[in-house]
Design a protein. Structure first.
Length: 467
């Protein structure tokens, strides 16, 4: 009876997880998707806790309390910190999988060799390698995104880096194969921690040569790794819900990573081993080019006389928390009968969907958010393209300069608009480390300053002109 109810509850939880992912597809149902995911997790915890084999209830209470103590502060971070918060979540998931695999190996080793079957050992090894490399890799990604002093944001490379990384990972796999072949050998308990250390080190070395420009893709890949480690954990614990939930998490993360790579016209191998951002720094140090600046008053006059305005948000908007000022500008332009659209690049910001979340927070109508492929054909008819803190995703060098490291990357073609205003905090290059050719175009005028302040001044000018 208990077994039947447990399996039924797991089926319900699995169904809720599937619907949670499905409802996340659109903002209209995203909130429902969050509630479905929370409900599924709660059901899984309660049903598992209720199993007769669970006897250490105090430890479970402590673990839940610790989860709340960490989870509640993490839920209150600003939207600009969501990417690193997501990376930390992946780190916790990977660590949990690794610790469970470690505990299960030593438990079964103490109970007798008959428990350590080849299948179980393969599952445990997959769990600890994926779990621990996800743990340290995600911590490195979070450090890069948070711009922690001791974690370099730019790629860190050294001679024979990829070769040494492959040798390290190959050594971990070779030791794992030996352990799976004879898990109860006298040397096995001492070999197990060596594999763990190699996985932890590999996670650090895997992320070190990856620059900030690739962090959206890296986060998605780490999400996939965390999901796969959960699948392995499900096989170790003989828990079907973990297998299905992990498979959903892993597959969605990998699919998202594929979408991100396609958006940048790059391969997984190039993202993981290409040290993107290292060469670009040298190119960025060339002769300084001249920007054309414009006043807020001048920009407001041009905007006021426009028929079609496209706003292109980027990470600078997120840093300045300027999404509400963007909404005010949107309202002012709409009052004048001006068509306003938001052009969304798949990798704008530091995580997939970053701009969509920020604009949704400011209640921008989702119908006015247009994907890159849909807006580009209309750009020649656009009177003003207003770039708010975006950089590499509007750089025409991706289309024209074969020597550029971002050549071939699909961009929002802001340079084809009749005029461009670019709001930028400084003259520093973006994540890719290269100058943006758009900013030196004859059609482009710079509005230097904090995006929130500049947008606020634009709104004041437009509001004053409406009386």
């Amino acid at each position: 009876m208990i077994v039947g109810l447990t399996q039924l509850a797991y089926i319900v939880a699995t169904t809720l997880f599937i619907f949670a992912l499905h409802w996340m597809n659109t903002p209209a149902t995203a909130r429902k998707g969050v509630f479905a995911g929370v409900a599924a997790t709660a059901i899984a915890i309660i049903v598992t806790w209720a199993q007769p084999g669970v006897v250490h209830h105090v430890w479970i209470v402590i673990a839940i309390a610790a989860g709340f103590a960490v989870g509640i502060p993490l839920s209150q971070v600003p939207l600009t910190a969501v990417p690193q918060r997501t990376a930390l979540s992946h780190a916790f998931g990977g660590l949990a999988a690794g610790l469970v695999g470690t505990a299960e190996y030593y438990l079964w080793l103490s109970e007798g060799p008959e428990h350590l079957t080849t299948f179980r050992m393969v599952a445990i090894i997959a769990e600890i390698i994926l779990g621990y490399l996800t743990f340290t890799g995600s911590l490195m990604a979070a450090g890069k995104l948070q711009e922690v002093k001791w974690v370099p944001q730019r790629p860190v490379t050294y001679p024979m880096q990829n070769v040494s990384n492959f040798v390290l990972f190959g050594a971990a796999l070779a030791l794992a194969a030996a352990l799976a072949h004879d898990p109860t050998a006298a040397w096995a308990p001492r070999l197990f921690p060596v594999i763990i250390v190699l996985a932890l080190v590999f996670g650090v070395l895997l992320i070190m040569p990856i620059g900030g420009a690739d962090m959206p893709t890296v986060i998605a890949i780490l999400n996939g790794y965390a999901g796969l480690s959960a699948v392995a954990m499900g096989f170790v614990l003989d828990n079907k819900l973990l297998v299905t939930a992990g498979a959903l998490d892993g597959s969605s993360g990998l699919i998202l990573a594929i979408i991100m790579c396609k958006a940048m016209n790059r391969s997984f191998a190039n993202v993981l081993f290409g040290a993107f951002g290292q060469v670009q720094q040298a190119k960025a140090s060339g002769d300084e080019k001249v920007y054309k600046s414009e006043t807020v008053e001048g920009a407001a006059q041009v905007l006021e006389q426009s028929n079609f305005v496209v706003i292109i948000p980027g990470y600078g908007m997120a840093v300045a928390q300027a999404q509400h000022k963007v909404r005010e500008l949107y309202d002012q332009l709409k009052k004048r009968g001006i068509t306003v659209k938001f052009a969304i690049h798949p990798v704008a910001g530091r995580m997939p969907g970053h701009m969509n979340v920020l604009l949704a927070e400011a209640d921008i109508p989702y119908t006015d958010l247009v994907e890159m492929d849909e807006i580009n054909p209309d750009m020649p008819q656009v009177d003003v393209a207003l770039v708010v803190g975006a950089n590499d995703v509007v750089n025409p060098a991706a289309r024209t300069d074969k020597g550029s490291p971002i050549y071939g990357m699909p961009i929002i073609e802001a340079d084809k608009a009749r005029s461009v205003f670019a709001i930028k905090r400084s003259k520093n290059p973006g994540f890719a480390g290269i100058d943006n050719a758009l900013y030196f175009s004859d059609r482009t005028w710079m509005l230097f300053g904090d995006a929130k302040h500049v947008l606020g001044e634009l709104v004041k000018q437009l509001a004053g002109g409406s009386h």
